[in-house]
Design a protein around this ligand. Structure first.
Ligand SMILES: Nc1ncnc2c1ncn2[C@@H]1O[C@H](COP(=O)(O)OP(=O)(O)O)[C@@H](O)[C@H]1O
Ligand SMILES: [Mg+2]
Length: 242
Protein backbone atom coordinates (compact mmCIF):
# COMPACT_ATOMS: atom_id res chain seq x y z
CA UNK A 1 0.00 0.00 0.00
CA UNK A 2 1.21 3.47 -0.91
CA UNK A 3 1.77 5.51 2.20
CA UNK A 4 3.55 8.76 2.56
CA UNK A 5 5.72 7.88 5.47
CA UNK A 6 6.73 11.46 6.21
CA UNK A 7 3.16 12.54 7.07
CA UNK A 8 1.42 10.55 9.80
CA UNK A 9 -2.27 9.85 9.26
CA UNK A 10 -3.14 11.66 12.48
CA UNK A 11 -0.89 13.74 14.67
CA UNK A 12 -1.56 15.52 17.94
CA UNK A 13 1.03 18.08 18.96
CA UNK A 14 1.14 19.38 22.50
CA UNK A 15 -2.63 19.25 22.91
CA UNK A 16 -4.05 20.87 26.02
CA UNK A 17 -7.72 21.10 26.94
CA UNK A 18 -9.11 23.26 29.70
CA UNK A 19 -12.76 23.62 30.60
CA UNK A 20 -13.96 26.79 32.30
CA UNK A 21 -16.49 26.24 35.04
CA UNK A 22 -18.07 28.68 37.47
CA UNK A 23 -15.92 27.08 40.16
CA UNK A 24 -12.72 27.57 38.14
CA UNK A 25 -10.76 25.86 35.40
CA UNK A 26 -10.49 22.11 34.89
CA UNK A 27 -7.52 20.81 32.95
CA UNK A 28 -8.68 17.70 31.09
CA UNK A 29 -5.60 17.15 28.90
CA UNK A 30 -2.03 18.38 29.13
CA UNK A 31 0.82 18.17 26.59
CA UNK A 32 -0.62 15.26 24.63
CA UNK A 33 1.52 14.44 21.61
CA UNK A 34 0.94 11.27 19.63
CA UNK A 35 0.60 9.92 16.13
CA UNK A 36 -1.81 7.30 14.84
CA UNK A 37 -1.51 5.53 11.51
CA UNK A 38 -4.19 3.98 9.31
CA UNK A 39 -4.67 0.31 10.07
CA UNK A 40 -3.76 0.78 13.73
CA UNK A 41 -5.96 -0.36 16.60
CA UNK A 42 -5.27 1.86 19.60
CA UNK A 43 -6.71 1.49 23.11
CA UNK A 44 -6.98 4.52 25.41
CA UNK A 45 -6.76 3.33 28.97
CA UNK A 46 -6.97 5.29 32.19
CA UNK A 47 -9.13 5.74 35.26
CA UNK A 48 -12.37 7.65 35.13
CA UNK A 49 -11.67 11.37 34.66
CA UNK A 50 -8.28 10.77 33.05
CA UNK A 51 -9.30 12.48 29.80
CA UNK A 52 -10.20 9.58 27.49
CA UNK A 53 -13.50 11.01 26.26
CA UNK A 54 -12.02 14.48 25.88
CA UNK A 55 -9.18 13.08 23.81
CA UNK A 56 -11.53 11.06 21.55
CA UNK A 57 -13.66 14.18 21.03
CA UNK A 58 -10.63 16.24 20.08
CA UNK A 59 -9.28 13.59 17.72
CA UNK A 60 -12.70 13.35 16.05
CA UNK A 61 -13.06 17.15 15.80
CA UNK A 62 -16.16 17.17 18.00
CA UNK A 63 -14.22 19.50 20.28
CA UNK A 64 -11.23 21.78 19.81
CA UNK A 65 -8.06 21.84 21.89
CA UNK A 66 -7.40 24.89 24.05
CA UNK A 67 -3.80 24.73 22.88
CA UNK A 68 -1.86 22.58 20.45
CA UNK A 69 -2.49 21.14 17.01
CA UNK A 70 -4.58 18.31 15.57
CA UNK A 71 -3.39 17.33 12.10
CA UNK A 72 -5.21 14.78 9.94
CA UNK A 73 -3.54 13.82 6.66
CA UNK A 74 -1.53 17.02 6.86
CA UNK A 75 -4.54 19.31 7.53
CA UNK A 76 -4.83 21.33 10.76
CA UNK A 77 -8.38 20.26 11.63
CA UNK A 78 -8.41 22.32 14.83
CA UNK A 79 -8.24 25.40 12.56
CA UNK A 80 -11.10 24.50 10.21
CA UNK A 81 -14.34 26.49 10.30
CA UNK A 82 -17.42 24.72 11.70
CA UNK A 83 -18.81 24.58 8.17
CA UNK A 84 -15.74 22.85 6.75
CA UNK A 85 -15.59 20.55 9.76
CA UNK A 86 -19.09 19.24 9.18
CA UNK A 87 -18.07 17.81 5.80
CA UNK A 88 -14.65 16.72 6.96
CA UNK A 89 -16.04 14.89 9.98
CA UNK A 90 -18.63 13.03 7.92
CA UNK A 91 -16.06 11.89 5.40
CA UNK A 92 -13.33 10.86 7.78
CA UNK A 93 -14.80 9.75 11.10
CA UNK A 94 -17.38 7.43 12.54
CA UNK A 95 -18.24 7.45 16.22
CA UNK A 96 -19.45 4.65 18.47
CA UNK A 97 -20.57 5.60 21.94
CA UNK A 98 -21.03 3.43 25.00
CA UNK A 99 -24.72 4.18 25.22
CA UNK A 100 -25.29 4.37 21.46
CA UNK A 101 -28.92 3.46 21.15
CA UNK A 102 -30.36 2.71 17.74
CA UNK A 103 -33.53 4.63 16.94
CA UNK A 104 -36.38 2.58 18.34
CA UNK A 105 -38.77 3.08 15.46
CA UNK A 106 -36.27 1.97 12.81
CA UNK A 107 -35.22 -1.60 12.05
CA UNK A 108 -31.61 -2.81 11.97
CA UNK A 109 -31.11 -2.04 8.28
CA UNK A 110 -32.70 1.42 8.58
CA UNK A 111 -30.53 2.18 11.61
CA UNK A 112 -27.45 1.08 9.65
CA UNK A 113 -28.32 3.42 6.77
CA UNK A 114 -29.27 6.29 9.08
CA UNK A 115 -26.22 8.49 8.29
CA UNK A 116 -27.48 8.82 4.73
CA UNK A 117 -30.62 10.55 5.96
CA UNK A 118 -28.31 13.47 6.69
CA UNK A 119 -26.00 13.44 3.69
CA UNK A 120 -25.65 11.79 0.31
CA UNK A 121 -22.60 9.56 -0.07
CA UNK A 122 -20.07 10.77 -2.64
CA UNK A 123 -18.30 8.55 -5.16
CA UNK A 124 -20.12 5.40 -4.12
CA UNK A 125 -20.81 2.67 -6.60
CA UNK A 126 -23.36 -0.03 -5.96
CA UNK A 127 -26.51 -0.12 -3.95
CA UNK A 128 -26.20 1.32 -0.46
CA UNK A 129 -28.99 -0.92 0.84
CA UNK A 130 -27.25 -4.07 -0.46
CA UNK A 131 -24.02 -2.90 1.14
CA UNK A 132 -25.84 -2.30 4.44
CA UNK A 133 -27.17 -5.86 4.32
CA UNK A 134 -23.68 -7.21 3.61
CA UNK A 135 -22.23 -5.27 6.56
CA UNK A 136 -25.01 -6.47 8.87
CA UNK A 137 -24.40 -10.07 7.77
CA UNK A 138 -20.65 -9.71 8.26
CA UNK A 139 -21.35 -8.75 11.87
CA UNK A 140 -23.33 -11.95 12.45
CA UNK A 141 -26.71 -10.21 12.34
CA UNK A 142 -28.00 -11.75 9.10
CA UNK A 143 -31.04 -13.08 10.96
CA UNK A 144 -31.81 -9.63 12.43
CA UNK A 145 -31.85 -7.37 9.34
CA UNK A 146 -35.51 -6.36 9.68
CA UNK A 147 -35.78 -6.68 13.46
CA UNK A 148 -36.55 -3.70 15.66
CA UNK A 149 -34.08 -2.62 18.39
CA UNK A 150 -36.47 -3.77 21.13
CA UNK A 151 -35.97 -7.33 19.85
CA UNK A 152 -32.17 -7.20 20.16
CA UNK A 153 -29.72 -8.04 22.94
CA UNK A 154 -27.12 -5.54 24.19
CA UNK A 155 -24.42 -7.24 22.14
CA UNK A 156 -26.56 -7.10 19.00
CA UNK A 157 -27.32 -3.41 19.58
CA UNK A 158 -23.61 -2.64 19.74
CA UNK A 159 -23.13 -4.51 16.45
CA UNK A 160 -25.77 -2.25 14.88
CA UNK A 161 -23.71 0.73 16.07
CA UNK A 162 -20.66 -0.82 14.36
CA UNK A 163 -22.66 -1.42 11.16
CA UNK A 164 -23.75 2.23 11.16
CA UNK A 165 -20.15 3.30 11.71
CA UNK A 166 -18.99 1.24 8.72
CA UNK A 167 -21.58 2.25 6.13
CA UNK A 168 -19.94 5.67 5.58
CA UNK A 169 -16.49 4.14 4.84
CA UNK A 170 -14.63 6.15 7.48
CA UNK A 171 -10.87 6.52 7.58
CA UNK A 172 -11.08 6.41 11.35
CA UNK A 173 -13.47 4.95 13.94
CA UNK A 174 -13.57 6.51 17.40
CA UNK A 175 -15.29 4.44 20.05
CA UNK A 176 -15.87 5.62 23.61
CA UNK A 177 -16.04 2.63 25.96
CA UNK A 178 -17.75 0.52 23.30
CA UNK A 179 -17.56 -2.68 25.35
CA UNK A 180 -18.46 -1.28 28.76
CA UNK A 181 -21.92 -2.80 29.04
CA UNK A 182 -21.27 -6.10 27.33
CA UNK A 183 -20.58 -9.62 28.54
CA UNK A 184 -17.19 -11.15 27.82
CA UNK A 185 -18.14 -12.91 24.56
CA UNK A 186 -19.58 -9.72 23.14
CA UNK A 187 -16.64 -7.62 24.39
CA UNK A 188 -14.23 -9.90 22.57
CA UNK A 189 -16.43 -9.96 19.48
CA UNK A 190 -16.41 -6.14 19.30
CA UNK A 191 -12.67 -5.86 19.77
CA UNK A 192 -11.88 -8.68 17.34
CA UNK A 193 -14.16 -6.99 14.80
CA UNK A 194 -12.22 -3.73 15.30
CA UNK A 195 -8.98 -5.62 14.79
CA UNK A 196 -10.23 -7.20 11.57
CA UNK A 197 -11.52 -3.87 10.24
CA UNK A 198 -8.32 -2.03 11.03
CA UNK A 199 -6.26 -4.63 9.19
CA UNK A 200 -8.55 -5.54 6.29
CA UNK A 201 -9.94 -2.07 5.56
CA UNK A 202 -6.92 -0.06 6.72
CA UNK A 203 -9.08 1.94 9.15
CA UNK A 204 -7.53 3.59 12.20
CA UNK A 205 -9.58 2.54 15.22
CA UNK A 206 -9.20 4.30 18.57
CA UNK A 207 -11.29 3.18 21.52
CA UNK A 208 -11.33 3.82 25.25
CA UNK A 209 -11.74 1.08 27.80
CA UNK A 210 -11.25 0.13 31.43
CA UNK A 211 -10.90 -3.51 30.52
CA UNK A 212 -7.32 -4.72 30.23
CA UNK A 213 -8.27 -7.96 28.50
CA UNK A 214 -9.89 -5.89 25.75
CA UNK A 215 -7.06 -3.33 25.67
CA UNK A 216 -4.50 -6.10 25.30
CA UNK A 217 -6.02 -7.11 21.98
CA UNK A 218 -5.14 -3.72 20.47
CA UNK A 219 -1.86 -2.94 18.68
CA UNK A 220 -1.04 -0.18 21.16
CA UNK A 221 -2.26 0.99 24.53
CA UNK A 222 -2.07 4.71 25.26
CA UNK A 223 -2.17 5.15 29.03
CA UNK A 224 -3.62 8.38 30.43
CA UNK A 225 -3.74 9.64 33.98
CA UNK A 226 -5.07 13.02 35.10
CA UNK A 227 -5.02 14.21 31.49
CA UNK A 228 -1.36 13.38 31.05
CA UNK A 229 0.08 10.85 28.65
CA UNK A 230 1.74 8.24 30.86
CA UNK A 231 3.10 5.73 28.36
CA UNK A 232 2.56 4.17 24.95
CA UNK A 233 2.66 0.40 25.15
CA UNK A 234 3.10 -1.72 22.04
CA UNK A 235 1.34 -5.05 22.37
CA UNK A 236 3.59 -7.83 21.20
CA UNK A 237 1.12 -10.74 21.11
CA UNK A 238 -0.21 -9.72 17.75
CA UNK A 239 -2.88 -10.76 16.91
CA UNK A 240 -3.75 -11.33 20.53
CA UNK A 241 -6.04 -14.26 21.15
CA UNK A 242 -7.03 -15.34 24.60
N1 LIG B 1 -17.61 19.58 29.26
C1 LIG B 1 -16.87 19.57 30.36
N2 LIG B 1 -16.93 20.59 31.23
C2 LIG B 1 -16.16 20.61 32.34
N3 LIG B 1 -15.30 19.64 32.69
C3 LIG B 1 -15.21 18.58 31.86
C4 LIG B 1 -15.99 18.49 30.67
N4 LIG B 1 -15.66 17.33 30.04
C5 LIG B 1 -14.75 16.72 30.81
N5 LIG B 1 -14.48 17.46 31.91
C6 LIG B 1 -13.49 17.14 32.95
O1 LIG B 1 -12.30 16.76 32.31
C7 LIG B 1 -11.69 15.66 32.96
C8 LIG B 1 -11.56 14.50 31.99
O2 LIG B 1 -12.84 14.00 31.70
P1 LIG B 1 -13.13 12.86 30.62
O3 LIG B 1 -12.45 13.20 29.36
O4 LIG B 1 -14.61 12.69 30.57
O5 LIG B 1 -12.41 11.60 31.28
P2 LIG B 1 -12.69 10.04 31.09
O6 LIG B 1 -13.40 9.85 29.79
O7 LIG B 1 -11.32 9.41 31.12
O8 LIG B 1 -13.51 9.59 32.25
C9 LIG B 1 -12.56 15.34 34.16
O9 LIG B 1 -12.02 16.04 35.28
C10 LIG B 1 -13.90 15.92 33.77
O10 LIG B 1 -14.65 16.29 34.90
MG1 LIG C 1 -15.21 8.91 29.35
Amino acid sequence: MDKNNSTPFLELREVNKTFSLASGQVTALEHISLTIEKGELVALVGPSGSGKTTLLNIIGSLDRPSKGEVILEGIRIDMLSEEDLVHFRREKFSFIFQDAKPLRMLNVLENTLLPFNFFKPKNRNGNIKDEGIEIIKSLGLGHRIYHMPSQLSGGEIQRVAIARALITHPAMILADEPTANLDRDNRLFVIDTFRKLSKEKDIAVVFSTHDLEVANRADRIVHLKDGVFLKDEIISCNPCRV
